[in-house]
Design a protein around this ligand. Structure first.
Ligand SMILES: Cc1cc2nc3c(=O)[nH]c(=O)nc-3n(C[C@H](O)[C@H](O)[C@H](O)COP(=O)(O)O)c2cc1C
Length: 503
């Protein structure tokens, strides 16, 4: 999309209801003229005098495209005048009605930063954390207060880039009220975010990829297909799910690492259902279906080394990504019910696995995938399905989450980590019906984790206010005492595994 040419006939009154307010005196029309450098301190400060007498220059487009989020900093202190220059660039951002109800606290005291770091580890990285707050009840319409604060933060991060500093925009600040109290802001200030500042330890050579302009920008009328924000699989067209997952995986999934409690569940299922034994035949082949992040493929390949691992995904890019995570690397294949791409060979696999992926599919697609999994198996081959059971505490935690009134969109729904799209826990009977419909015979079952594990609770409550966190931890601990009851894990365990054999 090419930028529209500048309007040659701007509204002489400035246009827009916000501009109905008189302008503050002393703010000239052109920002370039508005920044007399090195003005003497005696002159009245109308906001135009910059803290640095001489401003370093960088090409605008270089600054824009080369700015990166920097999350690792050198410990060198940042001179205050540089920080003040960054703050000054911030206050020249637009704000709703030009109210400028932002308040900034730049924290360079290591002790205060340590306390901020205790509220959220994200604030434990940089020598300076700039806490950005906005008047809680100003410009509430359409979140104009957050929009104004965001414009200020973006100005500051670009200024930091030009000044040779790195910056990192933090919204995961833990309890924002605790941050507010820590830096002494009054109650009616809303902590919108924190901008970490410092000298970068390393600058990534390239930024994370952006979604193509043609996918997100349109002329005059929206002509795209929006990625759903619902966590309900039925709301997702399969190709949109493929686009979403490809973007997330290739753009560098954050948190793309195994979670201990999930890995433990998988390893216990392997030991129970597919124990190490004499490998059946030469180089038996194992196909992992819809691995997406490849986290569990990597683990499977490590746990069951005698096999040759392949993967099948919806797009060649994600398939290639996952295949590389198996060691030695597997072969990537592509298949979907409506667009068979380069599918794996039918009747060729000793084991086919599908771990926590049926939950993200529409009901009709689940059946199609399981039937195809059965076709990929060789006679006597085994299908391992792992899923989150709807007859477990998972449903309760989801309901509690919804009642808390927090965010409800697809990225927040509880599922194996990291979340890669819609997710709905399954009734074990549905899974059993799918396998039966594909002509498979039951060969084993395993369930585990009747209650959330201690490390999972610690992880999921890490940004809760202290009292709520300890309440949740206590409740989860009490629930764990049911773990030992005979049959509890097989009936009520959150993670369920089913093994089927192809006759
Ligand atoms: C509103 C907003 C909130 C963000 N919050 C966080 C955060 O809490 N933690 C984090 O690591 N990065 C955070 N980021 C940084 C983004 O992850 C980052 O901008 C994105 O991955 C693109 O990378 P780039 O900034 O290098 O271009 C945030 C960015 C924005 C705009």
């Amino acid at each position: 999309m090419v930028p529209a040419p500048a309007d040659p006939h701007p509204d002489p009154k400035g246009g827009g209801s916000e501009d109905a307010e008189p302008r503050l005196d002393g703010i000239p029309e052109q920002a370039a003229e508005a920044v007399p450098q090195g003005a003497s301190p005696e002159e009245a400060d109308d906001g135009t005098r910059t803290p640095l007498a001489e401003l370093p220059r960088q090409d605008f487009w270089d600054a824009l495209y080369q700015r990166r989020s920097i999350r690792r900093f050198r410990s060198d202190p940042v001179p205050r005048e540089l920080v003040e220059q960054v703050l000054h660039a911030g206050i020249w951002a637009p704000s709703s009605c030009n109210y400028q109800m932002w308040d900034l606290v730049a924290v360079d005291d290591p002790q205060v930063n340590e306390r901020l770091g205790a509220l959220s580890t994200q604030m434990a990285n940089a020598p300076v954390n700039v806490v950005v707050a906005y008047g809680r009840n100003f410009s509430e319409e359409n979140f104009a207060n957050v929009q104004s604060a965001s414009a200020l933060i973006q100005n500051m991060s670009l200024a930091a880039q030009v000044l040779g500093l790195g910056s990192f925009w933090i919204t995961q600040t833990g309890d924002p009220d605790a941050v507010r109290r820590e830096v002494g802001l009054p109650e009616d200030r809303w902590v919108v975010a924190v901008l970490a500042l410092g000298y970068p330890k390393a600058v990534p050579p390239r930024g994370p990829k952006r979604r193509p302009l043609a996918q997100v920008a349109h002329w005059n009328h929206y002509a795209g297909r929006a990625i759903p924000s619902s966590a309900d699989p039925e709301a997702w067209e399969p190709d949109l799910l493929a686009i979403y997952q490809r973007a997330r995986v290739l753009n560098g999934l954050r948190h793309n690492k195994p979670r201990a409690w999930e890995t433990r569940a998988l390893v216990s299922a392997l030991d129970r259902l597919l124990p190490l034994g004499p490998a059946q035949g030469e180089d038996p082949r194992w196909l992992d279906v819809l691995p997406c992040t490849g986290i569990l493929t990597e683990r499977l390949a490590r746990e069951r080394r005698g096999h040759r691992f392949d993967v099948v995904e919806r797009t060649p890019e994600v398939a290639a990504w996952c295949a590389k995570r198996a060691k030695p690397a597997g072969t990537p294949f592509v298949w979907t019910p409506d667009q068979p791409g380069e599918p794996p060979e039918e009747g060729a696999y000793a084991v086919v696995s599908c771990l926590f992926r049926l939950e993200g599919l529409r009901a009709a697609d689940r059946a199609a995938w399981v039937q195809q999994m059965a076709r990929w198996l060789q006679p006597g081959g085994q299908l391992l399905i792992g899923f989150v059971s709807a007859r477990s505490f998972h449903e309760w935690t989801e309901r509690l989450r919804a009642r808390r009134g927090g965010p409800g969109g697809v990225e927040y729904v509880l599922s194996p980590d990291p979340n890669i799209g819609p997710f709905q826990a399954l009734d074990p009977r549905e899974v059993e019906g799918l396998a039966e419909g594909a002509g498979l015979e039951p060969a084993g079952a395993h369930g585990c984790q009747v209650a959330p594990q201690a490390e999972e609770v610690a992880f999921r409550t890490r940004n809760f206010p202290a009292r709520l966190a300890s309440l949740v931890r206590g409740a989860a601990g009490a629930l764990r005492s049911f773990e030992a009851l005979p049959g509890a894990a097989s009936r009520r365990g959150r993670f369920q595994f089913r093994l089927y054999r192809k006759p």
